[in-house]
Design a protein around this ligand. Sequence first.
Ligand SMILES: [Zn+2]
Ligand SMILES: [Zn+2]
Length: 331
Amino acid sequence: MGNEVSPNQNKISLDIGYQICYTKRAVKCRKSSILPLKRNFYTFKFKTMIVSILGAHVHTKGGPHTGISNGEALGCQAIQIFTTNPNRWPRKELADNDVDIFIRCWQDSNIEVILAHDSHLTNLASTRTDVLKNSLRTFYGTIQRAARLQIPYVVTHLGAHLDAGEEAGLELLSENLNKLLNKTAETNVIILLETTAGQGTNLGYRFEHIKQVMDAIELKHRIGVCFDTCHVFAAGYDIRTAKSYQVTFNKFDKIIGLENLKAFHLNDAKSRLGSRVDRHEHIGKGKIGLEAFRLLINDKRFQHIPMIIETPQSEEMHPMNLKVLRGLVGR
Ligand SMILES: [Zn+2]
Ligand SMILES: [Zn+2]
């Protein structure tokens, strides 16, 4: 979880043969011998003692703070939200009151980590001046909103080069990211580059793309990576068996470095391995299958990394998908 800013930042890692990360609140509960029942993984498999920071992308209709109650209702330890409508160029900013309520709700909750996802419209690799101008403005706004809400991470896709070529696209993206990071140097918000499926002219479907952008970033402490299982699989990296899972993560480690991995998006895939088509499916119901998720959720290297589902029909199906993932703990 590192040095990032969050109201629930004060964590204690207890190394007693296994590692458990308690929030300040949970420790307080424990001392007064009230079991922290809201954290599902504390009722976990005996002896396996696996604690994941599991959560979901939740909606925030009614204001950003509603994301927290939505996450709590699902028993999440982490949530991801949009800080503004992702399908429209934003026009108005958050009121101070919205920010205060959000922070208060977060402090009173068992949510440990919150991630913001950037707008769907931004393309920092765009060769179209109008799109680029709006993208820079919108992304700047997203970083500022995240900072005000004390959200440590903003997840973003790498954008699309629109036939300018991958090399030109990656260079333009790096240049614009540097501009934005320098312009928001007073914040600690970390940009997480998300692995993509590589649909159309989208960048980021090769680990090398991510590495290239990371190398070009001047403020290294402000950049990290979000690994999306559906996207990586559609991009051609297999994770379906213990062996292929190992090969893929070894590649990731060699090219990007596991220390840069700050978040997961857990989604099964409707599309085939290497199809470069981005279609999310319910956990265990797609072409990836349960084994990859079992491996991930029990991988000790990733137990302090938030894992967020972005599966379809969120309102009806999030409880089911989270239940499936929780059922894999210790198996
Ligand atoms: Zn994703
Ligand atoms: Zn996707």
